[in-house]
Design a protein around this ligand. Structure first.
Ligand code: DC
Length: 225
């Protein structure tokens, strides 16, 4: 059976995961957060005190690393060597480390099979940076979701400000700008819209406006709603 694949790419903080979750719930598809896989690799490196700039050691580490994910009550959980790390990979430190390890080609190829495998088995909404360009170039729908860096940083700030790992708006903005630069300028699978992606700029939008705009894009392409 052919599965339907919806790819949502874009920079950090554009609201990809909120949009992808909402679409998956509306369409009864499975939501796949691919950033969590890169975060899981970064988590293991940091917990072994391996520098994320040491490509050789990271590549060696992958030899003995098992990353997997599972859905429990509709929520994606990510495992590193059997340990559920889902709650531990959302810090600012892991965000930066994930961006660094994601530029290593061997890390990307290590995670590629996992992503393609699930997309071939289920109807999915997958979010990331290179889903429309590399992971699922034949995806049925490709949306490149973006917004101004100030909008994106203030949304992240609102999400994090009441948590134990909260940081200042200025720090979030600086990390975000650096991360966008790393993700866009790396030589393998850089962050960029696929030629056939629809670009959705949601600067100034309320969350529901983004969902409505994406549903219109999907409606125009395939008859699933
Ligand atoms: O979406 P996120 O913030 O959880 O992603 C963390 C990092 O992982 C991001 O800075 C770049 C990398 N990433 C990637 O290179 N390709 C993907 N498909 C998803 C994430």
């Amino acid at each position: 059976m052919k599965t339907i694949n919806i790819a949502i790419d874009g920079p950090a903080g554009a609201g990809k995961s909120s949009l992808a979750k909402a679409l998956a719930s509306k369409l009864s598809y499975t939501y796949i957060d691919t950033g969590a896989l890169y975060r899981a690799v970064a988590y293991k490196a940091l917990s072994l005190r391996i520098s994320v700039c040491n490509n050789e050691k990271i590549i060696d580490m992958l030899e003995n690393t098992d990353i997997s994910f599972r859905h429990i009550n509709g929520l994606q959980r990510v495992y590193v060597d059997g340990e559920d790390v889902s709650g531990k990979i959302r810090t600012n430190e892991i965000s930066s480390a994930a961006s660094t390890v994601s530029a290593i080609p061997e890390v990307r190829s290590f995670l590629l099979g996992l992503q393609r495998d699930i997309a071939s088995k289920e109807n999915i909404v997958m979010d990331g940076r290179d889903i429309g360009t590399v992971v699922l170039p034949s995806a049925d729908i490709k949306i490149f979701l973006t917004a101004s860096s100030k909008d994106r940083a203030s949304r992240r700030y609102e999400e994090q400000k009441d948590t134990s790992s909260s940081v200042s708006y200025e720090e979030i903005l600086a990390t975000m700008i650096q991360r966008d630069k790393n993700d866009s300028e790396r030589s393998v699978a850089p962050l960029r819209p696929a030629d056939d992606a629809v670009i959705l700029d949601n600067s100034g939008f309320e969350p529901q406006q983004t969902i409505d705009a994406a549903l219109r894009i999907i409606e125009n392409k395939i008859n699933v709603i």
